[in-house]
Design a protein around this ligand. Structure first.
Ligand SMILES: Nc1ncnc2c1ncn2[C@@H]1O[C@H](COP(=O)(O)OP(=O)(O)OP(=O)(O)O)[C@@H](O)[C@H]1O
Length: 313
């Protein structure tokens, strides 16, 4: 339903998007990931017709972006855009009027949107009296009030506690089950892993990897990751080299990549003679893939550890 082709954008001499290609199928949740400054918000601003690209095309339902395609898109921006002193329903009436909805239409849509985000009982509450999670849900209702086909959420749960986050995840899934196509950005990789059907990893305006989690997993040679604690790290790393296990540091953790699944006893046997304080196995998670995709080639990434896209069948 959404097609982005050869999208380029620079601010002065700073190149922010470089030949970006991206497409969304109807009803999917796509997660656009990347470090600060990767170009995620710039992409969103172009999609929402708030910013002009330098070149490239964007179509939604085969129509180039224009005033006419604006109603197809609902945006939940990073900052909650709502009037603090207006009640929830007044906020929704205001935004629905901006989209030209008649009083009769609004009388149906406003309560329906509040209901959809679980805020019907707070219809008469001023926005400023809502909790952080409720404010975020009100932002979602505002984005939905004109009945868009594509909902864009820019870091939907940043700053929220875990309960509020779970509620937003539930809402996003519910919207998907009702047919909504969703594009979201997030820095929370567990959120992306839980929610998204497909993921794209952006760095300096280039999409470096894309696919479902299982497709992305295939690009990493590790079948499993083993985290060890030891005072003899150098020896453990030297042994891992002889075994053909790549090693990585994730924060303070020293981790080895197993190119094939092994029993715990077999793993311990491989490190025989090296004093290990602890050893734990982990599945390959999005955070490992993300780290690898963004890792500079000078820091151990190679075609042996991150398989090129063409290597996937
Ligand atoms: N109006 C502007 N003028 C100049 N540079 C800008 C402007 N807006 C954004 N940039 C730069 O463009 C780059 C991409 O910014 P963008 O906000 O798209 O990144 P992002 O991936 O959304 O980052 P974050 O995760 O921090 O939100 C950054 O280097 C940013 O400083």
């Amino acid at each position: 339903m959404l097609q982005i082709q050869n999208l380029c954008k620079s601010y002065g001499s700073r190149v922010v998007l470089q030949d970006l290609h991206l497409s969304l199928a109807p009803g999917e949740i796509y997660g656009l990931l990347g470090p600060n400054g990767a170009g995620k918000t710039t992409t969103i601003r172009i999609l929402c017709h708030l910013l002009q690209a330098d070149s490239g095309t964007v179509t939604i339902y085969d129509q180039p972006l224009s005033e006419a395609t604006k109603p197809f898109i609902g945006l939940v921006p990073q900052e909650n855009l709502q009037y603090a002193s207006l009640t929830c329903e007044e906020n929704l009436h205001f935004f629905a009027r901006l989209y030209g909805r008649s009083r009769r239409q609004r009388q149906v849509q406003v309560p329906a949107c509040l209901e959809a985000v679980g805020l019907l009982s707070r219809a008469k509450s001023p926005a400023e009296t809502l909790s952080g999670g409720m404010k975020r849900r009100l932002s979602m209702a505002i984005a939905l009030v004109h009945d868009p086909k594509l909902l864009i959420l820019d870091e939907p749960t940043t700053g929220l506690d875990i309960e509020a986050r779970i509620e937003i995840w539930r809402l996003i899934r519910q919207l998907q089950s009702q047919g909504m196509t969703i594009l979201l950005t997030t820095h929370l990789l567990d959120e992306a892993e839980r929610l998204c059907d497909r993921l794209g990893i952006l760095k300096q305006g280039c999409l470096l990897a894309e696919g479902s989690l299982s497709q992305l997993r295939q690009r990493i040679v590790a079948q499993e990751i083993v985290v060890v604690r030891t005072d003899a790290e150098e020896r453990a790393i030297a042994r891992a080299r002889t075994l053909g296990f790549a090693y990585r540091r994730y924060g303070d953790d020293l981790a080895f990549w197993l190119p094939e699944p092994l029993e715990m006893k077999e793993i311990i046997d491989r490190f025989d003679g090296i004093p290990l304080d602890s050893i734990a196995r982990q599945p390959v998670r999005l955070e490992h893939i993300y780290d690898e995709v963004l890792r500079p080639e000078t820091d151990g990434r190679s075609q042996e550890t991150l398989l090129p896209l063409e290597a996937l069948s």
